[in-house]
Design a protein. Structure first.
Length: 118
């Protein structure tokens, strides 16, 4: 499945669209591992926008602000913000409270990577 992501970097007055394609399950069937891939994918997409042509960076999921909000036509959106800018993924067909709980668990569990993308 593909997850649409809208990115707005600090200092830009426009947003760009990206997609995350590494997720195999539909949102209603996501596991914590899928949520980690989405968060990391959002950060990687922001990095690619800021540094075109750069190779992939290791990700550490810390220092991000996040929120899950209902989407007007159904589902939810996941928004994150870091010093580099903001990204919004969705709409996603998943229960808001369930996604929030998974994000909280993922962020509380250290990742295997040690360097930040931002």
């Amino acid at each position: 499945m593909t997850v649409p992501v809208e990115i707005c970097l600090k200092g830009d007055d426009f947003a760009t669209n990206e997609t995350i394609t590494s997720i195999t399950r539909e949102p209603r069937a996501w596991t914590d591992a899928d949520v980690r891939l989405v968060l990391e994918g959002m950060l990687q997409a922001m990095h690619r926008r800021k540094h075109p042509g750069a190779s992939g960076q290791s990700i550490a999921l810390r220092g991000i602000s996040w929120i899950v909000n209902p989407y007007e036509s159904g589902g939810v959106v996941l928004a994150i913000e870091i010093t580099l800018g903001a990204a919004v993924a969705g709409p996603l067909d998943i229960d808001q409270a369930r996604l929030e709980a998974m994000i909280a668990r993922v962020l509380a569990t250290p990742s295997r990577s040690s360097s930040l993308v931002h």
